[in-house]
Design a protein around this ligand. Structure first.
Ligand SMILES: *Cc1c(COP(=O)(O)O)cnc(C)c1O
Length: 395
């Protein structure tokens, strides 16, 4: 089955009990046991709920794994997956992981005796060099946020296998429609379903999928033990969003691609980050390991004042934290997702005061371009238009 069909028919597309065209919201915390000797499939909703289970089965099928889990948020999924490790273990983590993941690792997990080393995961040799006798896992995010750096998943997974390390991939930006890390050798895939999978900026949720059953049993024990489960209503909302994932991403990606190429030519923009641009460092690896470039891009307008002028003048996008929704979202990484990062660290990663992230929604592409154009045209152009190299004179 191809993805478009699988997303609708891969698992129960109707309620097996009544035939209802959407799995009902089983708003129940506990389940009657007719025969104590022979308990039913469900007993208590933290341990299992039919609505949540339908979502868990769907994401497992789409990612090509054996077992799925739905959590109260992306961070609940991430923190629960890290509970697979024990005190004394060491994990190698991509240096530009999501800010909330960085905070969890450095402020919470560090108190549990689990060591973390951050590396530039786009360079496999740096990942290998960070391995210690205590290393048990590698945690990746590709493309990364907000400069869309691409990690070669197959190469890292191959190396990890040799050292018997668990590979965990946050697949939020591309979703299983464009990228399936388990097929490239990863062991666990994680999602903030708040983003593309939910897709409507109306629910906070997280998902995880394991490649094998034994790891699935371990993660089930953690999900049930820690209790950060997704509620039945939110599970239903995420499933509703999931049904249109392909259609939404097709449209958003087409717009993002068009806008990225247009911005790359615009005299008021110093640099564009989008893996669909041939000039992007990670373009070729991305083409090899993913079937699309996604709906997120970033662009640099050179300074905080210039960025502010854009945010003040655009009319269509909502200005907000988050991404992956039906409406186009513009965010300002230095003041939002990366506000807590020291300036030197930020600048090293290309997260400058002029950087703006755009997550393309379902609006008409030309309307979006026109709106960006009226905002950008008010800025003085750069003397030397530099699309690919990092230096530019600040206006
Ligand atoms: C938003 C996000 C998260 C965290 O998810 P929440 O649902 O907000 O808890 C994790 N990883 C990535 C890449 C994200 O964009």
């Amino acid at each position: 089955m191809n993805f478009a069909t699988k997303v609708l028919h891969g698992t129960s597309c109707f309620d097996p009990v009544t035939g209802a065209s959407s799995v009902p919201i089983y708003q129940a915390s506990t389940f009657h046991q007719a025969d104590l000797e022979c308990p039913g499939r469900y007993d208590y909703a933290r341990s299992g709920n039919p609505t949540r289970q339908a979502l868990e089965e769907a994401i497992a099928v789409l990612e090509g794994g054996v077992r799925g889990f739905a959590f109260a948020s992306g961070m609940a999924a991430i923190s629960s997956v890290f509970m697979l490790f024990s005190s004394g273990d060491h994990v190698i983590v991509a240096e530009d992981v999501y800010g909330g993941t960085f905070r969890f690792l450095t402020k919470v997990l560090s108190r549990m005796g689990i060591g973390v080393t951050f590396v530039d995961a786009t360079r496999v040799e740096q990942v290998t060099a960070a391995i210690t006798p205590a290393t048990k896992g590698i945690y990746l995010e590709t493309p990364s946020n907000p400069t869309l750096k691409v990690t070669d998943l197959a190469a890292v997974c191959r190396m990890a296998k040799q050292h018997e390390l668990l590979v965990i991939v946050d697949n939020t930006f591309l979703t299983p429609y464009y990228q399936r890390p388990l097929e490239l050798g990863a062991d666990v895939v994680i999602h903030s379903a708040t983003k593309f999978i939910g897709g409507h900026s109306d629910v906070v949720a997280g998902l995880a999928v394991t490649k094998d059953a034994a790891l699935g049993d371990q993660l089930y024990m953690i999900q049930n033990g820690m209790g950060a489960i997704l509620g039945a209503q939110d599970s239903w909302l995420v499933m509703r969003g999931l049904k249109t994932l392909k259609a939404r991403l097709d449209v958003g990606t087409r717009s993002a691609d068009h806008i990225a190429h247009w911005l790359a030519e615009h005299p008021a923009v110093s640099r564009v980050y989008y893996t669909g641009l041939h000039s992007h460092e990670g373009h070729h690896v991305q083409e090899r390991q993913a079937s699309g470039h996604g709906a997120v891009l970033s662009f640099d307008v050179g300074s905080r004042e210039r960025a502010k002028a854009i945010f003040d003048q655009v009319k269509l996008p909502i200005v907000a934290v988050s991404l992956g929704a039906v409406e186009t979202i513009l965010s300002y990484p230095v003041a939002m997702s990366h506000a807590s990062m020291p300036v030197e660290e930020r600048e090293k990663r290309g997260i400058t005061d002029g950087l703006i992230r755009l997550s393309a929604g379902l609006e008409d592409t030309e309307d979006l371009v026109q709106d960006l154009a009226q905002a950008l045209d008010s800025l003085p152009p750069f003397e030397h238009k530099i699309n690919e190299k990092k230096t530019f004179s600040r206006a």
